[in-house]
Design a protein around this ligand. Structure first.
Ligand SMILES: [Zn+2]
Length: 399
């Protein structure tokens, strides 16, 4: 049940077009989830009239969203034509900004990457803006006949309603107008989003089936810092100015091994981010009088998976702190699932036990257990997040 806000009533009132729009989204989602599927099957499943389904399918084919893929088995009469999402043509440009590298890529409607370019991120805002625009312009020149849209994922606070990145702590940037500048220079509409929110959207639309079917879940992105995305009743909870989900700064203990991006040593991020894992690893090596080689997180996870004691211990110790934060999220928001992403999730078998143990220590009585899972988005979750900003709009209901 949702309260009706009269300020918005004009745009939400159900005109005949609204009903057709909703039915169109439902048919498109049937093709997306159940393809190959015929018009007759869609009519049967939705209880829409066969003629209505056919008109909607024509419409969706004309918009380049779905296509015929030959005929299926007949159940008596003429063989039905089967439908699927149209793939292989460019739809979305994803711009994935991370502290170390930035990726600009183009994907089709199913989120398959058609081509991509990666360059090192720079702390110089003007230089980065120019590099990103040049990369997007290159795609624009290559695909002049396609109406592309751009989704931008950033490691900071982004306000979608005014299209502005408000703050990126890692670069100490404020008020980065990257979306408006891309649109001005390339003509493509552009949407920005915080990286953890973008990942949450990606899990909801492009993740494993069990994530797509979950209405309330939280994603925890463990990277340089810790970001969280809250999916509440099938949509992102952004809060005022897009600043919700900054749980990385909740206090989970004192004297963390490293400082948080905000300067504190009490924050969750200071106890459980990649920086904390690497610090613990170096300390363990020192205690064992082993060489203090500098490793990045990918290397450390690989060492742990190959059985190196110190790497395993550093991951497990960090997982305990990750679990404390997750436990707090569960107590406060009671999600059905918490999904962990980032390179640490590749060592899921090593960390799951510690996470589960801490998460279950809170007082929840007989309430159903929240499921903890590793992300299903592979090794570029924020890039898929950037695509999702564009692609989810094609499949989502407007209301
Ligand atoms: Zn902090």
């Amino acid at each position: 049940m949702k309260r009706i806000y009269l300020q918005k009533a004009k745009t939400q009132i159900a005109r005949p077009n609204t009903i057709r729009g909703i039915n169109k989204q439902i048919v498109l989602n049937y093709v997306r989830d159940r393809s190959p599927i015929s018009r007759a099957e869609i009519a049967r499943e939705t209880a829409l009239q066969r003629s209505t389904v056919s008109a909607i399918v024509d419409d969706l084919q004309e918009s380049g969203l779905i296509e015929d893929i030959g005929t299926g088995d007949s159940t008596g009469g003429r063989k039905p034509t089967l439908l699927k999402l149209k793939t292989g043509t460019p739809v979305a440009v994803g711009v994935d900004v991370t502290p170390q590298k930035t990726t600009v890529a183009v994907a089709d409607l199913a989120g398959h990457v058609l081509e991509q370019e990666t360059f090192p991120s720079s702390a110089d805002m003007t230089f980065m803006t120019e590099q990103i625009i040049e990369s997007v312009s290159k795609l624009a020149r290559k695909y002049p006949d396609f109406e592309l849209e751009v989704g931008i994922s950033v490691p900071g606070i982004a306000d979608q309603t005014i299209g502005k990145v408000l703050y990126i702590p890692y670069f100490n940037w404020r008020d980065w107008e990257i979306a408006a500048q891309i649109t001005e220079r390339t003509g493509f509409p552009a949407t920005i989003e915080n990286d953890a929110n973008a990942i949450a959207l990606a899990e909801l639309w492009f993740g494993h089936e069990r994530n797509r079917k979950t209405r309330n879940f939280i994603t925890v992105l463990v990277a340089e810092g810790i970001g969280t995305g809250v999916i509440f009743d099938g949509q992102i909870y952004r809060g005022d100015k897009g600043a919700a989900g900054e749980f990385g700064h909740m206090i989970v203990g004192v004297d963390a091994p490293v400082t948080c991006s905000c300067g504190s040593r009490d924050c969750w991020e200071a106890h459980a981010s990649e920086k904390a894992i690497i610090f613990r690893y170096q300390k363990l090596l020192k205690e064992s009088n082993l060489s203090k080689e500098t490793v990045d997180i990918k290397h450390l996870v690989a060492l742990a998976k190959s059985g190196e004691t110190q790497a395993i211990q550093a991951l497990k110790e960090t997982a305990r702190f990750l679990g404390i934060g997750i436990s707090n999220l569960i107590v406060g928001l009671s999600p059905q699932a918490v999904i962990v992403s980032g390179i640490i999730a590749e060592a899921w078998d090593l960390i799951a036990g510690e996470l589960q143990c801490m998460a279950e220590r809170s007082v929840r009585g007989d309430l159903p257990k929240t499921i903890l899972r590793a992300s299903s988005l592979g090794d570029s979750p924020t890039l898929i997040g950037a695509f999702s900003l564009v692609l989810a709009k094609k499949f989502a209901s407007a209301s």
